[in-house]
Design a protein around this ligand. Structure first.
Ligand code: PEP
Ligand code: MG
Length: 585
């Protein structure tokens, strides 16, 4: 029997789960050397063809993007890789061999690629020899695409996933296998994989450094996403303690649920709108069942991450119309694609500094066709007049103006469309996310161009403090109460109000009970939070006096260290909020 071991990490998604570990090793490429049965042959061929199609699609996308970013000449390597996959004689040969030899597709494909490789390696020409690396890439891509699906479908349902690293895509795929918890060596609290696990309400502990090497398959784990602890092979007393903790956690959740439809108003009568962030269509039921709350952030990139490609205009219209209807009469803010950073497909090209790279609005303005299609789909879905459009990663006035011009062009096109001209919302609000320091400095000018601001503190904090939001090595430097952060938030709110526009916050900071007090005092008009924390934050707002929170802000604005601010907010919470929480009904 194994001894109990306790690992400390970063609490990334609240909740507790107890279950068996599934060890996920991404680099694992399965080349099955065993013979397959006669009945398995058609399925094997079908899977191989699917993997080829998917790899072609990925490579075409990479090739197109590469042409734009690095020019035709430097992109030739992807063209050469595509040629191999488009070579029908080569592909047919693999298929025939699967049929005849009854071997797995990965085995035969690997073998044929090796043959191709030895021809290239024996060539006199340097250029030909270098092509060897390219075909190796093709082999890995195709085999990975065959094994990825297999790997995920092999995961035992209800497991706790233990991995060195998880991408947002992995996190979604595992949730389809009813994952009960996520534990990773890497990752920070605001990495998108962490955000997605919170959205899915699956407990997660990230940044545990060496855990994936120390856990055995099927070992019993407790994931405590509140304290950021993982316990392997717990002894019976620990198990009992955690079962009790889990019961209390569920009890508290039920109690809070009673607040769901009460107004979001402070003790002294100031309304602070409370909305939710939605990452997936599945979360929409929360909004449907909640009388008060709209959607402060709808992250559209989930469609891209799940499908592996951009959805069509028709698919988008279906989705945005559904969102609009579900939220009605409350509003829903649709954010245009924020791809890049850590929200990548397995096929995406690696950038040296992805968070400073080709991200958000930058991609949309470079790929205008995709951007226009998305804007058109949002407008066509705006018949109920409760949708808003929001742009991510704005860093200059030029970007806002360029996006606005495109937005107006699409509106004009629709004005000439007999089917939509009278249907779409001509006054649909158009807003900017403030999440890059340059946008804070230009906040007054940007405010004049848009109808609202939404502050993305997840990015804003990483850029102000130069701390990668997804890197566990610097996770302790990522500080919401850093004086520079608090003062920046104050400047943004003042700039918005000076220009008579409203300002919301949709970063994870709004879902932190302690920070929410600060945000009330800073006079944010709306907090957009995780559905799982909606009632908890509402309870805090209802227990808080706006005038006292403002006094708190006045004093913390004078502090120069994070520690002083954090202590002052904690004190305020202990004395002014906590004693009254249970009386809030
Ligand atoms: C943010 O940056 O705070 C935000 C809400 O956007 P995302 O987390 O999707 O980057
Ligand atoms: Mg962001």
């Amino acid at each position: 029997m194994n001894k109990e071991r306790i690992y400390k990490g970063i609490p990334a998604s609240q909740g507790i789960s107890i279950g068996e570990a599934y060890l996920y090793t991404k680099k694992q490429i399965i080349i099955n050397t065993a013979l397959i049965t006669e009945e398995d042959v058609p399925k094997e061929i079908e899977e191989f063809q699917k993997a080829i199609e998917l790899s072609q699609k990925e490579l075409r996308k990479i090739y197109n993007i590469a042409i734009e970013r690095i020019g035709v000449k430097n992109s030739k390597i992807f063209e050469a890789q595509l040629e191999i996959l488009n070579d029908t004689i080569f592909i047919e040969k693999v298929i025939n061999r699967i049929r005849e030899e009854k071997r797995s597709a990965s085995y035969i494909f690997d073998d044929e690629i090796n043959k191709l490789g030895s021809i290239l390696l024996s060539a006199q020409d340097d250029y030909m020899r270098e092509r060897f690396e390219d075909i190796n890439d093709v082999r890995n891509r195709v085999v990975r695409n065959m094994s990825r699906e297999k790997l995920i479908s092999k995961v035992t349902e209800n497991s706790i996933i233990v991995a060195h690293e998880l991408t947002p895509g992995d996190t979604i795929l595992f949730s389809r296998r009813k994952a009960q918890g996520y534990v990773t060596d890497t990752g920070g609290i605001n990495s998108h994989a962490a955000i997605i696990s919170r959205a899915l309400n699956i407990p997660a502990v990230v940044g545990v450094k060496v855990i994936s090497q120390n856990i055995r398959p099927k070992e019993i784990l407790i994931v405590d996403g509140i304290e950021g602890i993982v316990i392997a092979s717990p002894n019976p007393e620990t198990l009992e303690k955690y079962e009790e903790k889990l019961r209390k956690f569920r009890e508290q959740e039920e109690k809070l649920f009673g607040l769901i439809d009460l107004p979001s108003i402070t003790l002294d009568g100031k309304t602070v709108d409370l909305a939710v962030n939605i990452d997936f269509e599945d979360e929409i039921n929360f909004v449907k069942n909640c009388k008060e709350c709209g959607i402060g952030l709808y992250r559209t990139e989930h469609m891209f991450i799940e499908r592996g490609e951009f959805p069509s205009e028709a698919e988008q219209i279906e989705e945005y119309t559904y969102i609009s209807e579900a939220a009605y009469p409350k509003s829903a803010t649709i954010r245009t694609y924020d791809i890049g950073g850590d929200k990548l497909l397995p096929s995406s090209e690696k950038e040296p500094n992805p968070y400073l790279g080709w991200r958000g609005i930058r991609i949309c303005l470079d790929r205008i066709g995709i951007f226009k299609e998305q804007i058109r789909a949002i407008l066509k879905s705006s018949k109920l007049k409760n949708l808003k459009v929001m742009l991510p990663m704005i860093s200059s006035l030029e970007e806002i103006r360029c996006a606005k011009k495109i937005f107006e062009e699409v509106k004009k096109e629709l004005d000439n469309d007999p089917f939509y001209s009278d249907v779409y919302d001509k006054n649909i609000p158009f807003g900017a996310m403030i999440e890059v320091p340059s946008a804070v400095i230009l906040a007054d000018e940007i405010a004049k161009e848009v109808d609202f601001f939404s502050i993305g503190t997840n990015d804003l904090i990483q850029y102000i403090l130069a701390v990668d939001r997804g890197n566990e090595l610097v996770a302790d430097l990522y500080k919401e109460f850093h004086p520079a952060v608090i003062r920046t938030l104050k400047n943004i709110v003042e700039a918005a109000h000076r220009n008579n526009i409203k300002v919301s916050i949709c970063g994870e900071m709004a879902s932190n009970p302690l920070s929410s007090i600060v945000l009330v005092g800073l006079e944010l008009d709306e907090l957009s939070v995780l559905p799982s924390l909606y009632t908890e934050i509402k309870q805090i707002i209802r227990a808080c006096s706006f005038s006292d929170a403002k006094k708190l802000i006045n004093s913390i604005l004078n502090y120069s260290t994070e520690e002083e601010i954090r202590n002052a907010v904690k004190n305020f919470y202990e004395i002014e909020i906590k004693p009254y929480l249970n009386q809030i009904t």
